[in-house]
Ligand binder design. Structure first.
Ligand SMILES: *[C@@H]1O[C@H](CO)[C@@H](O)[C@H](O)[C@H]1NC(C)=O
Length: 281
């Protein structure tokens, strides 16, 4: 009896681990000359930055839609001047892109989570947030739901931003270009912290960010066709998922309490009128 329990437990943990993905299998280190490392048999990835270079990685697969989770622990201590970017992007001048960027800060001062959406090469859709926890103490889950209806950014399961498909109102939506997942840690002390006022303190280098538990329910795009994954009960409901009433309430809560910049309210920047998507509910 007890033996069976142990076996069940072992099998269960195996499936959990297997579904969490493996950095050796799913990603390739693209730059940084040894500063990016895959550890623990592919269960952990670290990026580092020092005065000579940052580092980065890229998914091996290209995806056209997905529900993608990554757990990230950001650079602790004095991370001012550093930026950890985690994003989906296609290539080329008319590329689409869905961005999370984490702007570092002095010890004890809050990180900024910067988000943006690019369609056909144009972005200018920034929203910035503080987080309701210290993102350097533990791993937290940063998720992107991207399907033909909507894009939802979430943090630990709480939606913080939605970019809906409003093609019917003449706004372009990323749905024709497959994207890779990218991440990088780099120096951006000309703008990242308090608009560039606080510089990177190189005496604190190397700066390190860590990644684990990558999980993608997604459509993998390969030589012109895509195959979409379903969950254990055979459902690919994520492909048509959108925010429910609770999700909309959560976004309102985050925007009310943690949003520090919204392009949709920046009349100085758009004196001729806010972007169309800002006025469509
Ligand atoms: C850093 O801390 C300062 C002071 O609290 C704050 O104004 C700023 O928004 C924080 N974040 C960044 C990335 O500058």
């Amino acid at each position: 009896m007890r033996k069976n329990m142990v076996l069940v437990f072992l099998l269960f943990s195996f499936f959990l681990a297997a579904s969490a993905g493996n950095f050796n299998q799913d990603f390739a280190i693209t730059w940084g000359d040894g500063r990016a490392k895959v550890l623990n048999n592919g269960q952990l990835l670290t990026l580092s930055l020092d005065k000579a270079s940052g580092s980065g990685f890229k998914s091996k697969n290209q995806y056209l839609f997905g529900k993608i989770d990554m757990q990230i622990k950001l650079v602790p201590g004095n991370s001012a001047g550093t930026v950890t970017a985690y994003y989906l992007s296609s290539l080329g001048s008319a590329h689409d892109e869905i961005d999370f960027e984490f702007l570092g800060n002095l010890s004890g001062d809050p990180y900024i989570l910067h988000t943006n959406v690019f369609t056909k090469g144009s972005g200018n859709r920034e929203q910035q947030f503080y987080l309701w926890f210290d993102p350097t103490k533990d791993f937290h889950t940063y998720s992107i739901l991207w399907n033909p209806r909507t894009i939802v950014f979430s943090v630990d399961g709480t939606p913080i931003r939605e970019f809906k498909n409003l093609e019917s109102k003449g706004i372009s939506f990323p749905k024709n270009q497959a994207m890779w997942i990218f991440s990088s840690l780099w120096n951006a002390d000309d703008w990242a912290t308090r608009g560039g006022l606080v510089k990177t303190d190189w005496s604190q280098a190397p700066f390190t960010a860590s990644y684990k538990n990558f999980n993608a329910q997604a459509c993998v795009w390969s030589s012109g066709s895509s195959s979409c994954s379903s969950n254990s009960s055979g459902s690919s409901s994520w492909l048509s998922e959108s925010l429910d009433a609770t999700g909309k309430e959560r976004i309102k809560w985050v925007q009310k309490n943690y949003m520090i910049y919204n392009y949709c309210t920046d009349l100085k920047r758009f004196p001729l009128g806010l972007p169309t998507e800002c006025s469509v509910a």
